[in-house]
Design a protein around this ligand. Structure first.
Ligand SMILES: *Cc1c(COP(=O)(O)O)cnc(C)c1O
Length: 357
């Protein structure tokens, strides 16, 4: 007896990066921040835990939205908090996609968009990027025209590059919503494309942000969307009433108040990233200039054996393979999260050892 919805039956399911539960790993595979959150964030969680956990949290996250609104210079009604940015992606699908409607996104990028579209009963199309991570305009426009939702990570993953305002605006569906996924925007200049919400067509755009990467809170699960109040009001209708819990709301609010802590960690990560890029290039890898907390490295003779060798040494990076590009070639490479200086030193010396043997 098959009880599943056909959409679920067909689903392969998104496979997240490994989270080893034993100690001793250099973990560079899921773009977490190697530094802890600010002490005031820990204090806020402790205080909230000693408070009233027997009652439900504020369903509207009033205090968080006020702090976020001030920081981004928008109205609180333009903010929708969620249990991780991934929950906001799900909310976007449930808000805007009826069965059969088209979800599009650049490829290679964040495959989860595709999984979420399938769950919702929507269709999806991958828009193949050129090998230099630029857009092929003809190919792109034919898909944008038919899209109801167009997702674009900016900066992109796994490549780490950013696209300009002009390039992003070309992705705006005429009768649909452009979602700019800014999971890594704190690592890039400018830090956000918020101004695109205020321009013509801004009422058809949503920006999603996460506290998992730059704010060192992947374990807390917190993200938020920014859009014009009308869009946020519609999205709020489909969210769970209490999608953000008391502890995560306290942590997220404190984290946004500790901008200097986040900026300091971002600066450290960027300087370590520069060393990583230099080291990888001299080891013979092709490395894309990164505006994120990870780098994308490829080599002409492939990377899968190197990935396995690193794993034997308890160093975990992400091996990624994207099949069926326009050029009919396979794109495969290593996405390496920027860890601490010590972790990256360990990684680079293991790499030298592997390549020398
Ligand atoms: C990490 C990441 C997210 C998810 O963020 P969470 O808040 O941890 O759910 C979303 N989009 C992209 C492109 C990411 O890399």
């Amino acid at each position: 007896m098959n009880l599943f919805r056909p959409e679920v039956q067909r689903l392969h399911g998104y496979v997240p990066g490994e989270q080893p539960q034993d100690a001793g790993w250099i973990k560079l595979n899921t773009n977490e921040n190697p530094y802890p959150p600010a002490p005031k964030v820990i204090a806020a969680i402790q205080q909230a835990a000693e408070g009233r956990l027997n009652v439900y949290p504020d369903p509207l996250a009033t205090r968080f939205r006020k702090v976020a609104a001030e920081l981004f210079d928008v109205e609180p009604d333009m903010i929708l908090p969620a249990n991780g940015s991934d929950e906001n992606l799900t909310i976007l699908l449930r808000t805007f996609i009826s069965p059969g409607e088209l979800v599009a996104y650049p490829y290679p990028s964040y495959i989860l968009y595709e999984t979420l579209a399938e769950i919702q009963g929507g269709k999806f199309e991958r828009v193949w990027l050129n090998t230099d991570w630029s857009w092929n305009d003809t190919r792109t426009q034919s898909v944008v025209k038919r899209s109801k939702l167009f997702f674009v990570p900016n900066p992109n993953s796994p490549s780490g590059n950013v696209w300009s305002d002009d390039e992003l605006l070309k992705l705006q569906p005429e009768k649909g919503v452009l979602v700019i996924d800014e999971a890594y925007a704190d690592f890039s200049e400018p830090h956000s494309r918020l101004h695109l919400l205020q321009q013509d067509g801004g009422n058809q755009r949503v920006i999603t942000r996460t506290l998992s990467k730059s704010c060192s809170l992947a374990g807390i699960r917190f993200g938020f969307a920014i859009a014009q109040p009308e869009l946020i009001a519609g999205m709020r209708k489909v969210k769970d009433s209490y999608n953000c819990n008391t502890l995560s709301l306290a942590a997220a609010t404190a984290a946004l108040e500790e901008q200097e802590w986040m900026r300091k960690n971002v600066r450290k990560i960027i300087s370590t990233r520069n060393r990583l890029v230099t080291g990888m290039r001299s080891a013979g890898f092709n490395v894309v200039d990164s505006e994120t907390n990870f780098v994308w490295a490829t080599r002409d003779d492939g990377c899968s054996e190197i990935f396995e060798e690193l794993k034997l040494r308890k160093i975990l990076v992400r091996y990624m393979r994207f099949d069926g590009t326009m050029a009919d070639e396979t794109i495969e490479g290593l996405r390496i999260t920027v860890g601490t200086d010590d972790e990256i030193d360990g990684f680079l010396s293991a790499m030298t050892e592997i390549l020398g043997s």
